[in-house]
Write a protein that binds this ligand. Structure first.
Ligand code: KIV
Ligand code: ZN
Length: 510
């Protein structure tokens, strides 16, 4: 019988460590729900000891999802492990994932521990993690630059202490496929126990993350650690969609199955891109805009005669282009509710009203409203409801052009008072930001990131604006989707600043 590779998704942990990415708890939950629809086996939901936000997100995801295993990361120490266990309390299937570095440079310069001390620490902490949880994964950070005999001992100690999964990360994206295959084979010989799963976790610094991951599978790894769109530290992690579609399209050579519903891939990719603000390069494998487009005449001719001439995967297999909503200005609540249900997007009656109004307005400008449009509108509506009711953007106005300095005027409700103010800037977004900062009376806030991500192509199409601000060394984000980019900018900035205001009210940011 064909073996199965477990898909361990780390979009919400390693992916969230991508520079410039700061997801809210609600956004993390939306991604986790989509990962669950995608059918991944394990969701690494965060690193609870890293921050209160991470702790709350892991706990929230652990409470909300029943299908996949929920993993939480912890360093090999008592505090991290206890915190991870606490965050995972509500999970049906919890996993504690402990890690410590095993390469000479990390042990010497970072940990300042001897190899013997590291071995002892691994044994103690894996045993400790097992007292909280039956499912424990151990990662040897920087495994690919570790001494192979020492790494074998590490794996034996971790397995002996009760780790059911041993992960061999290429933390700095340094290895090559042949080298990685040899490393996995050596560790498999050192830990012959078939009850212990070997796992691959590859970074993409040399652009080899997916190739190395596939080499790991060929050498016997039965868990792959991947992230949607390949996001993650520095150049990112192996991309989930590339590894899964390679397993699907090249089952003849890789000979391993998986549990992913590939038709949910495109939706997962779009959601992660929109919420992280990390756009997808046009020629990105599987999910890039051009991945299924054929430009040259010879290719088009071949495609018309037989799609298999130039297409090894169908767009439908990743869920692209299957459904175009027939919702428009005349469509009713019932059809809208049904499509939201089919997409797994829950709404209150009030949210349904708002979404219907937005769909009707959009249908004035755009004839084909697709699932991405609907999901982006839903996200905006649900995101807005988590902003709290302490503030509302009542109106905004911008004057801009070649002969005038861009200026903006805004009116907001803040707690129970109505405030208005104006600002000017280098461009209309800057002017809006200045006006909002003055209205909120938050001169200390700094705008650190502004991104515009198109939701769907075509005239009148939607775009999502995502902004990040810093107040007293804390990151806050806001986002909004609209066919008018200035309107989306105004609401995204307002959302970020009202989140800062909410924290100030609670006394978290002075
Ligand atoms: O890259 C790495 O080594 C990691 C570990 C924490 C698994 O992300
Ligand atoms: Zn990593």
């Amino acid at each position: 019988m064909k073996e199965t590779v477990k898909i361990f998704d780390t979009t919400l942990r390693d992916g969230e460590q991508s520079p410039g990415v700061a997801l809210t708890g609600q956004e993390k939950l939306a991604i986790a729900e989509q990962l669950s629809r995608l059918g991944v086996d394990i969701i690494e939901a965060g690193f609870p000891q890293a921050s209160e936000g991470d702790f709350a997100a892991v706990r929230n995801i652990a409470s909300a999802l029943t299908g996949p295993t929920i993993a939480a990361l912890a360093r090999c120490n008592e505090i991290d492990i206890a915190r991870a266990a606490q965050a995972l309390e509500p999970a049906d299937r919890p996993r504690i994932h402990v890690f410590i570095a095993t390469s000479p440079i990390h042990m010497r310069s970072k940990l300042r521990m001897s190899p013997t001390e590291v071995l002892d620490r691994i044994g103690e902490t894996v045993r400790l993690a097992r007292t909280y949880c039956d499912d424990v994964e151990f990662s040897a950070e920087d495994a690919t630059r570790s001494d192979i005999d020492f790494l074998s001992q590490v794996a034996q100690v971790a397995a002996g202490a009760g780790a059911g999964t041993i992960n061999l990360p290429d933390t700095v994206g340094y290895t090559t496929p042949a080298e990685y295959r040899a490393l996995v084979e050596t560790i498999r010989q050192a830990v012959a126990d078939p009850g212990v799963t070997l796992s691959v976790h590859c970074h993409n610094d040399l652009g080899l993350a997916v190739a190395n991951t596939l080499a790991g599978i060929e050498a016997g790894c039965r868990q792959v650690e991947v992230a949607v769109n390949g996001i993650g530290e520095r150049a990112g992690n192996a991309a989930l969609e590339e590894v899964v579609m390679a397993l699907t399209a090249r089952a003849d050579v890789l000979a391993c199955g998986h549990h992913v519903d590939t038709r949910e891939i495109f939706r997962a990719s779009q959601l992660v891109s929109r919420l992280t603000g990390m756009s997808i390069q046009f020629n990105k494998a599987i999910v890039g805009r051009n991945a299924f487009r054929h430009e040259s005449g010879i290719h088009q001719d071949g495609m018309l005669k037989d799609r298999n001439t130039y297409e090894i995967l169908s767009p439908e297999s990743i869920g692209l282009g299957s459904t175009v909503l027939v919702l428009g200005k005349h469509s009713g609540r019932h059809a809208l509710r049904q499509r939201l249900d089919e997409l797994g997007l829950t709404v209150t009656t009030e949210q349904l009203d708002h979404i219907q109004q937005r769909i009707k307005a959009l249908a004035e400008e755009k004839t084909a409203i697709n699932d991405q449009d609907l999901e982006a509108i839903w996200q905006g509506e649900v995101g807005a409801s988590t902003t709290g009711s302490n503030s509302e953007l009542l109106s905004w106005q911008v004057t801009t052009g070649t002969q005038v300095k861009p200026t903006a005027h805004v009116v907001i409700r803040c707690q129970d008072s109505i405030r208005e103010d104006s600002g000017s800037g280098d461009g209309p977004v800057h002017a809006l930001f200045q006006a909002l900062i003055r209205a909120f009376d938050q001169p200390q806030v700094e705008l650190t990131n502004y991104q515009l991500v198109p939701v769907s192509p075509g005239e009148g199409g939607l775009a999502t604006v995502r902004v990040e601000v810093v107040a007293q060394e804390q990151d806050f984000s806001g986002q909004a989707t609209d066919s008018d980019v200035l309107r989306a900018s105004a609401f995204a900035l307002h959302q970020a600043l009202s989140r800062v205001a909410e924290r100030i009210t609670k006394g978290v940011v002075a």
